[in-house]
Design a protein around this ligand. Structure first.
Ligand code: ATP
Length: 360
């Protein structure tokens, strides 16, 4: 079955305010797709246009190739899981799961079959007769998923459903959600401001800022090859060093970074000599020992933190550029302390240069 979702040149305006700029995006059938972005960037608005709670001002939403124009929310092949789950506290677990089917007039025996199957899917076989109040946070989460799946949607929409859970459970539920998605094969559309969630679960992620999709890619590509300064700084941690392009070919770009000298990195897009650009170096790409072909920045240590598996250093260059560095614990030495000088080297192939100044 085709359960793709196509935002077909969709625009959403609230009065004069454009919440979603013109967007053309196809989410494939059976994909785990996330919209990732800071608060207010338009994630919920996109979900609401897909579910039918909002009609786009321009363009269309197509599900399985069918236009959803004029199709009300309750007639769309979608189901939504909200942040607060919205379970019915006085009903049993099975009654919660069966609710949507009962509304649709499905017989008691069919409903029971469905809730048994879904309880098994979410690994809560023995909980059908329990009250919602008797469940833990993670169990409630799974019942919300089971209830949303009961009506056999083609597309499941998830609005930050893990945000109320504690960190451990949240991480565990990421694996469970991914597993449920794999087993059911339906399209999952997930919105979150938590990059960890988006990167661990998704086949592809759309990174959004101010109503605009900045980049759509699989998690590894997003991390390695961000296309915009916003994506470079929002997905994972990054150090941005501003400069002017002094030389560029299709692979490498050299920037004049003023007091920091000339630094280079891989080129992202077309960069012309004389233009402003930002060199991004991830904290984990700094080394204390320089090797052939590496560039070095001299800095002074502000802070050293032992984090268990690694060390984080905050340092400042003489040009007052703050740097964040992550080193393996084995690189710890007594000389790494506040006020000490440090030489930080990086391989130019690990750094990326992106046009513009953007977020740093
Ligand atoms: P959050 O993560 O905080 O939920 P979000 O990324 O989901 O944020 P949206 O709720 O989609 O963001 O809102 C996007 C923008 O549209 C915001 O600036 C918001 O104030 C605005 N907005 C959303 N709904 C309406 C509305 N009904 N009327 C006017 N403006 C709205």
């Amino acid at each position: 079955m085709d359960s793709s979702v196509h935002l077909d040149n969709t625009i959403m305006q609230f009065g004069d305010f454009t919440a979603i700029q013109k967007t053309d995006l196809k989410i494939e059938s059976g994909e785990f797709f996330s919209f990732l972005g800071p608060s207010g960037c338009g994630k919920t608005t996109i979900l609401n246009m897909i579910s039918g709670f909002l009609d786009p001002t321009e363009g269309d939403v197509k599900i399985g190739g069918q236009s959803m124009k004029g199709v009300p929310a309750n007639k769309r092949p979608t189901s939504m899981i909200f942040q607060n789950l919205a379970l019915f506290p006085l009903m049993t677990v099975a009654e919660n799961i069966e609710f949507g089917l009962e509304v649709r007039g499905v017989s008691k025996s069919e409903r029971k079959k469905a809730s048994d199957r879904l309880l098994e899917l979410v690994a809560l076989e023995d909980s059908g007769t329990k009250k919602i109040s008797e469940l833990s946070g993670g169990q409630k989460q799974r019942i919300a998923i089971a209830r949303a799946l009961a009506v056999e949607p083609q597309v499941l929409l998830l609005d930050e459903p893990l945000s109320a859970l504690d960190l451990k459970l949240r991480q565990h539920m990421r694996t469970e959600l991914k597993e449920i998605q794999r087993k059911t094969g339906i399209t999952f559309i997930y919105i979150t401001h938590d990059q960890g969630e988006a990167l661990t679960m998704s086949d592809r992620v759309a990174v959004m800022s101010a109503g605009r999709i900045q980049q759509v890619a699989d998690p590894i590509t997003l991390y390695r090859d961000p296309h915009t300064p916003f994506v470079a700084s929002f997905v994972g941690e990054n150090n941005g060093v501003r400069g002017k392009v002094v030389a560029a070919d299709s692979n490498l770009v050299v920037l004049d970074c003023g007091p920091l000298g000339k630094l280079s990195g891989r080129s992202q897009g077309n960069l012309t000599v004389g233009s402003d650009a930002t060199l991004f170096i991830r904290p984990e790409h700094f080394r204390l020992q320089s090797e052939e072909g590496m560039h070095t920045l001299k800095a002074t240590i502000d802070e050293v933190n032992f984090e268990g598996a690694y060390l984080t250093l905050n340092a400042n260059t003489p040009a007052n550029q703050a740097l964040s560095i992550q080193l393996g614990t084995h690189q710890f030495s007594e000389s790494l302390k506040k006020g000490a000088p440090v030489s930080l080297s990086y391989n130019e192939l690990d750094a990326i240069v992106i046009a513009g100044e953007g977020h740093v």
